[in-house]
Write a protein that binds this ligand. Structure first.
Ligand code: HEM
Ligand code: FPP
Length: 302
């Protein structure tokens, strides 16, 4: 009896470890944030009377294709990941999950996500989301990441797409307004990532990845972080200027961007040991609150 109980317990532990590994290769927290931005894109689109179920299915489709892209990234990057302290314990890099298993998982959730978008959103959303997957999993991961220090600037477009995807899933066609939300994430990505790359420069050196702090030095990278933070604050005003969002959003964005610029300047002028990681962590809170502010503004004011 005791033997049976302990084998059941170990089976339970094994399956929860396996679940953890699959969530890790799906970059679960990043995907949750991508889905949040897609949801806000969807919520800000003109109401065309689609039901909540169809909207949730569209968001799930976008999430599944994003997760598939993340899994492919883990497979393509497994060699690099095994050389970096931050990533060397990842399931594929460590060999806990085989590349074949990971790729079958990516294919399953990717096809499921694509079909969900075809059925419950529309063809344009399905194709645009597939472009974003190819942009991140293949163009950025297999090529740009190893080729140029502008890798994350160009590759950042893929991760910036979800608000447009959410919008198009509602309306079936493109519009100028959601592109402003894409521009916000596009401008946010460099300071988000470079703050981390500054703190983890030695990792990228060891893996021979030409990230900006490695190729151009930490000081130049910090200057770029300050520059992009200021640009981000300016881009964030655009939704207010075109009347897409109101004063609640403008106030929230202004406070968040003031903190962002303050932390970026601190990193440039008076850094302490943890300043770069502090900015990286704040960038995530910043983007989350900014998109929540867009949502609250829409539903409180209109
Ligand atoms: C090319 C674009 C991007 C690059 C290179 C990048 C890079 C990174 C890296 C290296 C991490 C650390 C992961 C770790 O600790 O293992 C990270 C974390 C994170 N990123 Fe990005 N990122 C990008 C775009 C985005 C986008 C578009 C979003 C969401 C809209 C996002 C949301 C997050 C979140 C939520 C985390 C924290 C994840 C966690 O705590 O597990 N990132 N990013
Ligand atoms: C369909 C769609 C919207 C796709 C976008 C998918 C996606 C997961 C975008 C997030 C970007 C990201 C986390 C980049 C880090 O990659 P990295 O390889 O530089 O970082 P790492 O070293 O932590 O793996």
């Amino acid at each position: 009896m005791a033997l049976l109980l302990s084998s059941e317990k170990s089976l339970f532990i094994q399956s929860s470890e396996l679940l953890k590994d699959y969530l890790a290769i799906s970059k679960f927290k990043v995907v949750a944030m991508l889905v949040l931005t897609a949801w806000v894109g969807l919520a800000l689109a003109p109401d065309v009377g689609r039901g909540v179920f169809v909207q949730l299915a569209s968001l799930l489709g976008i999430g599944l294709l994003s997760a598939a892209a993340a899994v492919i990234n883990h497979v393509v990057d497994s060699e690099i990941d095994s050389k970096m302290a931050r990533t060397r314990h990842r399931p594929v890099a460590k060999g806990r999950l085989s590349k074949q298993h990971a790729l079958s998982f990516a294919a399953t959730i990717g096809i499921l996500g694509f079909v969900m978008l075809m059925v419950w959103a529309n063809t344009l959303t399905a194709i645009l989301t597939l472009f974003a997957l190819v942009g991140y999993a293949f163009i950025y991961t297999s090529f740009l990441k190893r080729a140029t220090p502008q890798n994350i600037v160009i590759g950042g477009l893929a991760g910036a797409m979800p608000p447009l995807l959410g919008w198009v899933s509602e309306t079936g066609h493109m519009a100028a307004a959601p592109w402003l939300l894409v521009m916000i994430i596009f401008t946010w990505t460099p300071p988000h990532f470079w703050a981390l790359a500054i703190a983890r420069k030695s990792d990228y050196e060891r893996a021979k990845i030409p990230m900006l702090p490695v190729t151009h030095g930490i000081e130049f990278c910090k200057t770029c972080v300050v520059g992009y933070s200021i640009l981000l604050a300016l881009v964030c005003v655009l939704p207010y200027l075109i009347g897409m969002s109101g004063l609640i959003y403008l106030l929230g964005a202004s406070v968040l961007n003031a903190i962002f610029i303050y932390k970026a300047l601190k990193l440039k002028i008076a850094p302490k040991d943890d300043t770069a990681m502090d900015l990286f962590r704040f960038s995530i809170v910043h983007l989350m609150l900014l998109f929540i502010a867009l949502f609250i503004d829409k539903w409180l004011v209109l």
